[in-house]
Design a protein around this ligand. Structure first.
Ligand SMILES: Cc1cc2nc3c(=O)[nH]c(=O)nc-3n(C[C@H](O)[C@H](O)[C@H](O)COP(=O)(O)OP(=O)(O)OC[C@H]3O[C@@H](n4cnc5c(N)ncnc54)[C@H](O)[C@@H]3O)c2cc1C
Length: 379
């Protein structure tokens, strides 16, 4: 088993670290406080090729595989989970859906703009009453000749307001029929399509999360991705890959929290000794490092399998489940190691702690990952 980082992974990690030190670290506290999504930084990351990591070069992307993708998200999330989350949603969900299921014309039209972040992408599956039970959605599209008329609302949508284009999955058949949903690609400015309320969140505050509202929104049939009735099945496939990106996000947050706690434990003295010399603290660090290593192995295993074209349904759910729970545990211990200072905004621990929690919820909660894993092993 080859575990050494490739030249491309090392290059990407260095590039992200340099960029983050110059353009993210100095402002991230401010964005977190004000809940500002830094569009300009997002676009600069696009210029570096990080918004179309998996998009082939003929569509203007970087043409890398999942190993490089995981490295990029993890490195970015070590610095700021919010930007990591936005990058994951843009690449895996909106862009990933068009890349996997768009026809040639749709790919030519949208991928070059998305891969360079000239356009920002959103992806709408969740609704106010249907999160884990997404197949029970009520937003509906009714056919009218060559057009479809969409009514309803999606919520918790990353880049719902700033996004220039959204892929949305809506009902076109009976409730309860997994073949009764269809994916549409819809541009901002389409009459009847607007952003609603912006969420005021615990963490990931610089990643924008809003409602999407559809009021008699007419879209042409050429905006359907794949065929009518395939939307839900497509979404599940998109999420299989997307979960690798949330595992990478979790890994990065855990690594960032660990590195901060490790350094602090060697600087902070109590009883005339660095606190790292107390076994109670050293053992916490040992547990954190071990769990991060295990999360990393699961994440890169899923990435490697995805690169080889294998079914990663179970492995991506395992990576997402484990890495996200580790992220929460590690961030929690980091706050503990920082003591009272960990509870203040003068140190990074509290932000990792707030940001980590999203990882056990977004793109399927931990409970839903266990459902996916148990179905795979019990069949
Ligand atoms: C910051 C953020 C960004 C997001 N971005 C997007 C996005 O871009 N696009 C998008 O479509 N969605 C997005 N989401 C939505 C996210 O995917 C959902 O929040 C998530 O799937 C959970 O759905 P829910 O919030 O409705 O919780 P619910 O489904 O109501 O779950 C509530 C609780 O019940 C548990 N539960 C539910 N069903 C079961 C079951 N069968 N067995 C055991 N336990 C169960 C859950 O695990 C959870 O603990 C985002 C959410 C957040 C917070």
């Amino acid at each position: 088993m080859e575990l050494k980082a490739t030249e491309n992974q090392r290059m990407i990690a260095d590039m992200v670290r340099d960029f983050g030190a110059k353009h993210i670290k100095p402002k991230m506290r401010e964005w977190d406080e004000s809940q500002e999504f830094p569009v300009e930084v997002f676009k600069q990351l696009g210029e570096l090729g990080l918004m179309g990591v998996l998009v082939p070069t003929e569509y203007g992307g970087s043409g890398f595989g999942y190993l490089e993708y995981v490295t990029a998200i993890a490195e970015l999330s070590k610095i700021d989970g919010s930007i990591g989350l936005s990058m994951a949603a843009h690449n895996s969900l909106c862009t990933g859906h068009i890349l996997q299921f768009g026809n040639e014309e749709q790919k030519q039209k949208y991928l070059p703009k998305l891969a360079t972040a000239e356009w920002i992408g959103a992806w709408g599956l969740t609704e106010p009453n249907t999160g884990s039970d997404a197949g029970n959605m009520r937003t509906v599209a009714v056919q009218d000749g060559e057009y479809w008329v969409i009514n309803g609302a999606k919520n918790f949508i990353t880049h719902g307001k700033t996004g220039n284009v959204a892929v949305v999955i809506v009902r076109t058949g009976e409730v309860g029929d997994s073949h009764g949903m269809t994916a549409f690609v819809i541009e901002k400015g389409t009459p009847g399509f607007s952003a609603g309320r912006k969420e005021d969140k615990l963490g990931m505050r610089a990643s924008e999360t809003t409602e999407l509202i559809f009021q008699d929104c007419r879209v042409h049939q050429s905006q359907i991705l794949g065929n009518v009735g395939e939307g839900f099945i497509q979404a599940m496939k998109v999420l299989d890959g997307g979960r690798i990106s949330i595992a990478a996000l979790s890994l990065g947050i855990a690594q960032g929290a660990f590195e901060a706690a490790l350094a602090y434990s060697q600087e902070r003295s109590q009883f005339n000794k660095p606190i790292s010399s107390f076994q109670g603290i050293a053992f916490k660090l040992a547990d954190m490092a071990t769990e991060i290593e295990a999360a990393s192995l699961l994440t890169y295993q899923a990435a490697d399998m995805k690169n080889r074209g294998l079914n990663v349904n179970k492995e991506s759910a395992m990576a997402k489940l484990y890495a996200s729970e580790v992220s929460v545990r590690v961030a929690n211990e980091a706050v503990q190691i920082f003591g009272g200072y960990g509870f203040t905004k003068d140190y990074p621990a509290e932000k990792y702690y707030r940001d980590a929690k999203l990882c056990t919820i977004g793109e399927g909660t931990s409970e839903i990952q266990k459902l996916v894993i148990s179905r795979a092993i019990l069949k």
